[in-house]
Structure formats: structure tokens, C-alpha cells
Design a protein around this ligand. Structure first.
Ligand SMILES: Nc1nc2c(c(=O)[nH]1)N[C@H]1C(S)=C(S)[C@@H](COP(=O)(O)O)O[C@H]1N2
Ligand SMILES: [Mo]
Length: 375
């Protein structure tokens, strides 16, 4: 029987179970952000030890022997109820046809820090730099397969997975378990119920025993530690598609824009902020770009005043979950410089001079100014 792989020194009361070495992850309360310099020299995939963690509360340690995926609701044949759901155990899922997919998960608030740092527009939420993102090789069973086994009907509209982590409290109110409805069209398209990450059983922090992987969409759609799943013939609501994960503020509807779906275009250099770069040498800058709309078509880099030039795209990544690239630079001499990268995806969407402000700081698609010092 598969067990969660607990690191030896794990503290089961910590919000995150895996070690958070300072060189690869930066902690923000219950969350941990990838340090981009830790991706230097890596392939497509982010090694599991440095994959970012976004926990509303904390990582639960679940017993796979008693764990069940339980489906219920009006969108299933026989309308099973929450008390008498259609159940699948871990081995049932493992016995279904498996699928592997390299996919990117990114928090909708990734880059939030730059709303305040670059645009003077502070917003609430985790102050992510650009490290609230990762790519992994996920293996599991398609959500569509499980829904069909559970008796999905043509009348189903929404599918709402619910996490088994503790209830989320904010401003003194208990909002219950983290849960967010997915339209049935997306649920049947490319969504995975994953039980493996990078060739190992899912680690506790990333959803053991089973999580959703919803490619291209805001990370919150990829519910971890899934237990109950409601399938409904009507639209479902939760705080995660009403009061969070919509665009609020000036220029947006009073109740917020539509629930967020796809992520926007971003780029990052595989360097720390304020990296020291030797003068009098040719430098090969490395970075990555990605988009929730699909593959990246082109990337440009600037190291000075709007001296934009094309970056070289790594051929192996064409059509992949994200695109590695390189750009040559010969610093003109010692001093402070600002690196910038801007990408365009297959739909023509790109990165803007100014990201569109919203009070919760979601979907930052501005061009990030990355300071370095040449010495
Ligand atoms: N049950 C549950 N699922 C969850 C969350 C959570 O707190 N609880 N966080 C969500 C958010 S906001 C993101 S960005 C992703 C992060 O996935 P990761 O921690 O594996 O990187 O998980 C999502 N799934
Ligand atoms: Mo997120």
C-alpha cells in the first residue's frame, strides 16, 4: 500500500510538511514560494523539493486506507446524496486507465508583489514574487473517467471538488473547506485526478492521496486532498468563485468580474533579484515564459533602455507547459541594470507595461523589472 512519503525530520503540526531550504523556497506564512535561481540548469519540470506550496490552512496527513473519493449530486444517475455517495478508494482509481501529463500550476496571485512595487497599487493576499508557479509530470486518472464511472448525466453543469484540509477562516468567519466549482466542459476536457507527481506518489503538501490538476487555469481550481465531489445540474457557488478569484475594484463590476479561469502571460529570469553579475564578460541569461492560453510563441529581452531583442527559445520546450529561453548580454560596464523579459503566446496575448489593477492582486501580466548589479 502506498504511504505518504514523510521527510524524516517532518513536523506534523507545521503548515507545510516538506523542508523549506532557504536556497530554494521562501516561506510566506502557510505558503512557500519557489526561488527562481533554483531553476537554473533544471529541465522542463520543477523538482518536487522546490515546487511552490499554497496552503489556505495546512497540509493534512490523510490515511489512504480509509480515504474515499465520494461523488454525489443531481448531475449523477440516481441523484446520490452527500450521505450516500458513489465512492472510490485509492486502489479503485489506480485500477482505472492511467494518464500522464506535464502541466503547469500557478497561483492566480503570482506576481502580486509587483502591483505594489512597480505600480504603487498594494493589494491583499500572499505577497508572491514570480515563484508561485511550477511544472510537474502528473499521473492519475482523467476526471472524465471517474465522472462517467459515477454515472454522469447530460444534465450536469458544475463539478465541485472539496479539499480535506481544515476549514478556512478569514475575518472571523468560517468559510468551510476549500472548494471551487468547475464547469462540466472543463472537467471533461483535460482535468486529471492525479496520484503521482514527478514519478512518485503525491507528497502530502501537494495533495496526497489525490488532487485535481486543471491545466491553464488559476491554481485554486487544482483542489488538493480531494474528498467529496458534488456534481450538479445547476450552477454551484463557493467563496472561491464569489468573493475570491474574481477581479474587483475600479473598472470592474461591483460583484467582481466573472470567476477567473485562465492564467495570463508571465516571464522570469533564473536569477535572484539584485544578482551580482561579473563585468567584462559575456553573460548568457536564462529564463522561462508561460501562459494559461497555450504555448509561448516569442520572447524578447531588454537589458537597458528599451533595447528589446528576441530571446532564443529552447527547441525541446516548443508546445510545452512553459518555454525556456536564453539571451546573450555583454554588460557595458559596472553598475545597476534592469533586466526585462516579455513573451507572447499562441493567441497573441502578451505582457503589458502596466498590469490591470484589481483589489485582490490577481493575474499580474505586467513586464517585471528585475534589478541586477554588474561588478
Ligand atoms: N484543498 C486545497 N486545495 C488547494 C489549496 C488549498 O489551500 N486547499 N490551494 C489552492 C491554490 S490557491 C493553489 S495556487 C494550488 C497550489 O498547489 P501546490 O500547493 O501543489 O503548489 O492548490 C490549490 N488547491
Ligand atoms: Mo492560488
Amino acid at each position: 500500500m502506498t504511504r505518504p512519503l514523510l521527510p524524516d525530520a517532518a513536523d506534523p503540526s507545521a503548515p507545510i510538511v516538506k523542508p523549506l531550504p532557504a536556497g530554494v523556497l521562501t516561506r510566506h506564512d502557510t505558503n512557500a514560494e519557489l526561488r527562481w535561481e533554483a531553476m537554473a540548469g533544471q529541465g522542463q519540470v520543477v523538482p518536487t523539493d522546490r515546487f511552490f506550496v499554497r496552503n489556505h490552512t495546512r497540509t493534512p496527513l490523510l490515511d489512504v486506507d480509509t480515504w474515499r473519493l465520494s461523488l454525489f449530486g443531481t448531475g449523477l444517475r440516481g441523484r446520490p446524496t452527500r450521505d450516500r455517495p458513489v465512492e472510490f478508494g485509492y486502489d479503485d482509481l489506480r485500477a482505472m486507465p492511467a494518464q500522464e501529463q506535464t502541466a503547469l500550476i500557478e497561483c492566480a496571485g503570482n506576481g502580486r508583489r509587483f502591483f505594489s512595487e512597480q505600480q504603487g497599487q498594494p493589494s491583499n493576499g500572499v505577497a508572491w514574487g514570480l515563484g508561485g508557479v511550477g511544472v510537474a509530470r502528473w499521473r492519475g486518472v482523467r476526471l472524465s473517467t471517474v465522472l462517467r464511472h459515477a454515472g454522469l448525466t447530460d444534465a450536469a453543469v458544475d463539478v465541485m471538488p472539496e479539499g480535506l484540509d481544515p476549514d478556512y477562516h478569514t475575518d472571523g468567519v468560517n468559510l468551510g473547506r476549500v472548494r471551487r466549482p468547475l464547469p462540466v466542459g472543463k472537467a471533461l476536457d483535460d482535468v486529471l485526478l492525479a496520484y503521482e507527481m514527478n514519478g512518485e506518489p503525491l507528497p502530502p503538501d501537494h495533495g496526497f492521496p489525490v488532487r485535481l490538476v486543471v491545466p491553464g487555469w488559476v491554481g485554486v481550481a487544482s483542489i488538493k486532498w480531494v474528498g467529496p465531489v458534488e456534481v450538479s445540474t445547476g450552477r454551484l457557488l463557493s467563496p472561491w468563485n464569489t468573493r475570491f478569484y474574481r477581479l474587483f475594484g475600479p473598472g470592474h463590476p461591483v460583484d467582481g468580474g466573472p470567476p477567473l479561469t485562465r492564467q495570463v502571460v508571465k516571464s522570469a529570469f533564473e536569477l535572484p533579484f539584485n544578482a551580482a553579475i561579473p563585468a567584462d564578460a559575456d553573460v548568457l541569461l536564462h529564463g522561462r515564459s508561460w501562459s494559461g492560453n497555450g504555448p509561448i510563441r516569442a520572447v524578447e529581452v531588454s537589458t537597458g533602455d528599451d533595447d528589446w531583442r528576441p530571446a532564443d527559445l529552447v527547441a525541446d520546450d516548443r508546445g510545452g507547459a512553459w518555454q525556456r529561453w536564453t539571451a546573450h548580454w555583454r554588460p557595458p560596464g559596472p553598475g545597476r541594470f534592469t533586466l526585462r523579459a516579455r513573451a507572447t503566446d499562441v493567441t497573441g496575448a502578451g505582457q503589458r507595461a502596466q498590469a490591470r489593477y484589481n483589489t485582490l492582486g490577481y493575474l499580474f501580466d505586467g513586464i517585471v523589472r528585475h534589478p541586477v548589479t554588474v561588478t
